[in-house]
Design a protein around this ligand. Structure first.
Ligand code: OOB
Length: 548
């Protein structure tokens, strides 16, 4: 066990034994999984990257992962090392993560929207030895971001760039040049990790000042993929379109790109989520399944009415990440001609799906039921007491693919998990008589902006750094398209020159924060409403909707 493993709370042995005995933890690793698929069907297409017109077979992906792993090893990247991976939807994403899996180094999954503040934090908190990013994407130059990050993260030894113009950094192509010959016999330096070892660190949506890191193991994550493939009927003939950012847990594992590769099927990368980009790809590649957040699902159902592209290959549309309204859910089949599956999941583990043979009413009115018979669900009141069947309360969960604690966060873990290991999801739900969950609300201090999660405290801390700001509270308010958008209520310092709301937004953006975290609205107030015990009442703030 290396140091990274020691920092991840894990399942008590009694549970691990049970999960293995049930056949849920199979003793496989991602590195070996790809090796086996490549041996079984080398010429099948694994990854299609339409932006660069590349199609990689399973053999090619496997060989690339080997070569890159050899180059990374030669640069001193070792088992247990952390590597921050921030790539858009490009083929290299898979090459990089499988190379790291083979070494037993841990990808830390950043999103393309993250900027200096987030990337700098991931690099320093995880003591990352390397940062892998793109040269440029969607008009943004990641090499500039890398320059800033390298200056502030002393432990970062390597910045590696996907693409032909790495600027002052090394390109992945150069790393790969330290190759093992293609087709060489299995290299004993690789495939070191054990199935119970950590595979990667995923990001939590978060409700605290800094994002938390989620330690997932090969065994637990692979189990969620096997389960998802069965439920979503992903098999060797499936073609999965990655529309959302590839590193997010939903397009990665529900069943996502990794489920698709596990099934020996084809992953198609969508460079942008708009119908104009996605629809022609669906038609051309014969896409059978994809996953969207609710605002995109709305956009797609509207655009489908007038599209000239043939979408008839699409069999399943997964919608999740935020609550999908019943009205919108009803429109999916008539508009897109495919079956809707609602998915209510979390990077910490538990994933619920409506089933393909569920009645239409269940599909449009619930957020599904858990993947596994091993998923334990409790619905409790504010004092952790179990509620009667059908009542609405806090969702707690424990199971074979739900973490027992965040990485290097003992104090936070004491609050986010019960003493007997249940994760406090922060979601308010009820259970229907059929065992399906309905998400009724949220108790955590988080805004869900169309599936993008924003921790109120994180944004509040940035607002407090503004010289004219005395105090700040960030809450979600209803938005017809996003479901929720962010509103920052700000009390100015006495005597301070009042800034314009737009200047406050700019201030937050210029602190190097992902654009989706910049408040949609900034409202100046004299006081905040208080609860009976004198705490600030976010509930009341949410219900006061002054205009700015
Ligand atoms: C997915 O993962 P995260 O980690 O970005 O966010 C998890 C949170 C949940 O706790 C819940 O608050 C919210 O996102 N959520 C939903 C939802 N799906 C997720 N709220 C209402 N309805 C839904 N269908 O978002 C995620 C991970 C795997 C699969 C799908 C989504």
């Amino acid at each position: 066990m290396n140091t990274a493993q020691a920092d991840a709370p894990t399942w008590p042995e009694e549970f691990a034994e049970r999960y293995r005995a049930a056949g849920w933890w199979r003793g496989e690793t991602f590195g070996r999984m790809l090796r086996e698929r490549a041996a079984a069907h080398p010429e099948r297409t694994a990854v299609v990257d339409p932006a660069s017109d590349r199609r990689w077979s399973y053999r090619e992906l496997d060989e690339r992962a080997d070569r890159l792993a050899a180059g990374l090893l030669a640069r001193g990247i070792a088992p247990g090392d952390r590597v921050v991976v921030q790539l858009p939807n490009v083929a290299e994403f898979f090459e990089v993560i499988f190379a790291l899996f083979r070494i037993g180094a841990l990808p830390v999954f950043a999103l393309p929207a993250h900027r200096e503040t987030e990337i700098g934090y991931f690099c320093s908190f995880t003591e990352a030895v390397a940062y892998v990013t793109a040269a440029e994407h969607d008009g943004y130059d990641y090499r500039g971001l890398a320059t800033t990050v390298r200056a502030t993260a002393p432990g970062l030894r390597h910045v590696l760039i996907a693409g032909t113009d790495p600027g002052p950094f090394e390109s992945l192509d150069a790393v790969r040049a330290d190759a093992v010959p293609p087709g060489a016999a299995f290299d004993p330096r690789f495939d070191q990790p054990a199935p119970g070892d950590l595979a990667f660190l995923q990001l939590s949506g978060g409700s605290t000042g800094v994002p938390k890191l989620i330690p997932r193991t090969h065994d637990d994550y692979l189990y969620s993929l096997y389960g998802s493939n069965e439920i979503c009927e992903v098999d060797a003939d499936s073609v999965y379109l990655v529309v959302l950012p590839a590193a997010h847990n939903f397009p990665l594992s529900s069943p996502g790109s990794l489920g698709t590769l596990l099934a020996g099927a084809t992953v198609v990368l969508c460079p942008r989520p708009s119908p104009e980009v996605a629809f022609p790809l669906i038609a051309r590649e014969g896409v059978t399944i994809t996953g969207l957040v609710p605002p995109l699902a709305l956009l797609w159902t509207e655009a489908a009415a007038t599209t000239g592209h043939d979408l008839s290959s699409l069999e399943v549309l997964l919608v999740g990440g935020a609550k999908f309204s019943e009205e919108a859910a009803r429109r999916v089949r008539p508009a897109l001609g495919c079956t809707l599956q609602q998915v209510f999941g979390m990077a910490e583990g538990l994933v619920n799906y409506t089933r393909l043979d569920d009645p239409e009413e269940t599909v449009v009115t619930t957020q599904g039921r858990p993947i596994s018979p091993g998923d334990e669900i409790r619905i409790v009141d504010d004092e952790d007491r179990d509620l009667p069947a059908g009542a609405t309360g806090h969702l707690l969960t424990r199971g074979p693919y739900t973490i027992r604690g965040y990485w290097r966060a003992p104090e936070h873990n004491a609050r986010s998990f019960t003493a007997d290991g249940f994760y406090r999801t922060g979601d308010v739900v009820r259970l229907t008589p059929t065992g399906h969950l309905v998400v009724e609300g949220r108790a955590k201090d988080q805004i869900n902006r169309g599936g993008e999660k924003i921790a109120a405290e994180e944004v509040e801390n940035h607002l407090l750094a503004h010289p004219a700001v005395h105090d700040a509270n960030v809450v979600g308010e209803p938005d017809p398209y996003l479901g929720e958008r962010t509103c920052a209520y700000v009390i100015l310092r006495a005597g301070a020159e009042p800034p314009r709301p737009v200047a406050v937004k700019r201030f937050v953006r210029e602190r190097g924060l992902a654009a989706y975290k910049v408040p949609d609205r900034v409202v100046f107030v004299e006081t905040f409403p208080h609860t009976g015990v004198g705490k600030i009442s976010k509930k009341e703030l949410r219900s006061t909707a002054p205009t700015d």
